[in-house]
Structure formats: C-alpha cells, structure tokens
Ligand binder design. Structure first.
Ligand code: UDP
Length: 382
C-alpha cells in the first residue's frame, strides 16, 4: 500500500457521484488518482443494477431521477451518459384515493371536489390559509406548510408522510425539507420544475463507469480508507466523501441520519401500479412509497412488456452508526455538532470533504455535481 500510493498524486475516498466527478476532473487535469471505495461497486446510493431474472433495472437504494436547472451540470452529465426524456410524476394515496403530486390543480380539485380554474386557486388557497389562524413567520415545517397550502391539504398529504419519513412531529422539523411544496395553479403533474430531466438510457451504472473510465484513475473496491489511512503519506491530498464524523472517529458524537429499509417483490403481472412511484400519505400505512422500476424505462420495450414486474416498498427506518445513511436529520443539535466537525476540518487544508456524507447535506444529484466541480476547481486553482 505504501509503495503504490507513491505513484498517485491524489486520493479520492468514495466512488459515489461526488467521488466519481472529482476523480474525473482531477485525472483530466493530469493527476494520477487513486479512488478507494468501501463497497464492491461504484455509484454510492445512486447505484442501479439489472435484476438478472426479469431484466429490470432497479435503483438499489431508492428511486433516483436526474433533474437540474444548471446548464453546465446538465452538459457535464451528458458527456458521460445519454439521458432519456423520462419526466417524473408522483402519485399519492390518501384515505383510499389516489391523487397527483405535487400540490396542483389536479390534486386540489380532486381533494375538495371542486372545479376551480387556475385564476381561482390563489384566492381559494388564501382563504384556506386564513382559516388556519396562523400568523407571523413560520417557525417549523408544519407552520411553513400550513402557511403555503392551508391546514386540510397539509393534514392529508404532508403531515403523516413527513411524520413517517422523519419519525418526528413536523412541528419540530425545519421548513426547508418541503422546499418543493409550493402550489401549482395548473394541471402540470410533473414532480420537478427543472427544464432538464431524465434517467441514463443505459443505466446509472453506465454513468459511473464512464466517469471512472480514464487512464489516470485507479479504483480499489472493498477498501475502507479509514482503517488504512496511516499507510498513506500525510501530504497526499485527500478528497473525502465518507461521513465527516467518522473521519474524526466520532469524537464529538455521531451526526444523526434517517435510514431506509427496502422490501422487494417480483409480481407476475405486466404492470402493478401503473406508475414509477406511489406515495402513501397516511400514518397507518407503514411505508412511505412503492417504486415500480420498469416504468423508468418504457423505451426498453421487451422488458417493459414482459409479464413480470418488480416493486419495492420503502420504509423509513431508525439509524445507528454502521447502518447505511440516507437523509441527514437537520436539527439545532445536529447543526451544532456539524459545526464542531467543520471546525476540525478547517485545520486540514489537504483534506476536502464533500458529498452528502462528507458535508452532511441533503443534496440532490445535480447539486452534488455542481459542488464537486466547484470544489475540485477551487482546489486546482490554489
Ligand atoms: N413530502 C410529503 N408528502 C409527500 C412527498 C413529500 O409530505 O407525498 C415531504 C416530506 O416531508 C419529505 C419532503 O417532502 O421529507 C421531501 O420529499 P421528496 O419526495 O421531495 O424527497 P426525496 O425523499 O425524494 O429526497
């Protein structure tokens, strides 16, 4: 290990999206890059795999849809994958009925049994908000949601889902979590507003393989960097995308994460739920959503038409150190803890922390690419 590290200029820890982009940029600039990945495959939690029995590509850690408004990021991603024109829609079941998310005219009219026109929606929602009796700046997720959509819609579509997702009363959660909530006044049922959307035509695995396919990049899988870090020269720059608290041996305590548990099932039907993602808004259903992955790729005609499908129930789960982290749990306490680790990180100019785990941030994939490009370019300009 000691000798081979001498032939590399930079270490990248983690072959998730952030690590792959960083490694690529460093290698294209002429660096010899060694990537160490604890798992046996790249892609982090955005990884997908083809199920050998059905031929269906499944997102191993929950559905991932690439969407962005950042032209540079879109151009960058398209260098490494061809994206389909998939546009994500999400449906949600509440009290035995199915509605279109996000909150738009289709959902509002169905929920209230009305036939509002677009220009009638703002006044209608404003009257619902006024009935809630809330005033002043919203102090938490519940108040934020009610001040945007009123109490009935909040209680039907947000309260139970959010409680399940975070195992916390929405009154105790920060409002930024529902950043995608604002109401649409039309029948556009697309989940995201971004102009650019899609999934890699040849699978997410093809995107990661393409990013890492450079003569300047060597990847070692099944390698836990923290267990062997003393084997590397202290002056070797490290781009680290593992958990920031793990890097510092949890010396101030562990940052809290929300976990997930997936329950997979093959169904002997061509189409089980008619859409990729169905949310379950009510507290008495223990899962938050069901994915049916074949719907991401209707263009794969043979697989799409086959009389088999795979569904995956997603259950939010408690998390402890050692489990797979999914969502950072942003509270005042976790922000204070993060600040202590960030202070320690500042004293290490040779280590750049990044990605969802390294920055303890609820990043979407496009934001991860944006951050990776900015961080690596800043570093190279030093
Ligand atoms: N959310 C909700 N009801 C829904 C979907 C989302 O209340 O049907 C809220 C919930 O608080 C969740 C947040 O919006 O944590 C973000 O959800 P989204 O599906 O956008 O996030 P993802 O889990 O896909 O990152």
């Amino acid at each position: 290990m000691e000798n081979s590290s001498l032939s590399h200029d930079v270490l990248v820890i983690g072959a998730g999206l952030w690590g792959c982009v960083v490694a690529r940029e460093l290698a294209e600039a002429g660096n010899r890059v060694l990537v160490l990945e604890a798992r046996t495959l790249p892609g982090g939690n955005a990884r997908s795999a083809i199920d050998p029995k059905t031929g269906i590509e499944c997102h191993c850690y929950g559905a991932h849809i690439f969407h962005t408004s950042d032209e540079e990021v879109w151009t960058y991603a398209n260098r490494f994958a061809t994206f389909t024109d998939y546009r994500h829609t999400v449906l949600t079941e509440h009290a035995g009925k199915v509605y279109f998310m996000p909150l738009g005219l289709a959902l509002i009219n169905a929920f209230y049994g009305k036939n509002l026109r677009p220009d009638e929606v703002p006044a209608f929602i404003a009257s619902e908000i006024a009935k809630s009796g809330l005033s002043g700046e919203p102090k938490n997720l519940e108040e934020q949601a009610i001040s945007l959509i009123g109490r009935p819609l909040y209680e039907a579509f947000i309260k139970g889902y959010t409680q399940k997702q975070w195992n916390a009363d929405p009154k105790t959660l920060p409002s930024f979590i529902i950043r995608r909530l604002p109401v649409r006044t039309n029948y556009n049922t697309g989940y995201f507003n971004d102009p650019h959307q899609g999934v890699p035509r040849d699978g997410y695995f093809s995107l990661f393989a393409a990013l890492l396919n450079h003569p300047g990049i060597e990847v070692r899988y099944g390698t836990d960097y923290l267990a062997i870090r003393d084997a590397f020269p202290a002056e070797l720059p490290v781009f680290y995308s593992g958990p920031i608290d793990a890097y510092f041996d949890f010396r101030h305590g562990a940052l809290p994460w929300r976990g997930l548990r997936f329950e997979w099932e093959v169904k002997p039907v061509r189409d089980w739920q008619g859409t990729t993602v169905m949310n379950y808004a009510d507290l008495d259903v223990p899962y938050t959503r069901i994915h049916e992955f074949k719907h991401f790729h209707p263009e794969r005609k043979e697989v799409y038409a086959s009389e088999q499908t795979i569904i995956c129930r997603e259950y939010p789960a408690d998390w402890k150190v050692g489990d797979i982290p999914y969502y950072p749990v942003n509270t005042d306490a976790s922000a204070a803890l993060l600040a202590r680790y960030q202070e320690e990180a500042k004293a290490l100019p040779n280590v750049i922390f990044g990605g969802r785990l390294g920055e303890y941030k609820y990043y979407d994939m496009d934001k991860v690419i944006r951050r990776a490009l900015d961080q690596v370019h800043d570093w190279m300009a030093r």
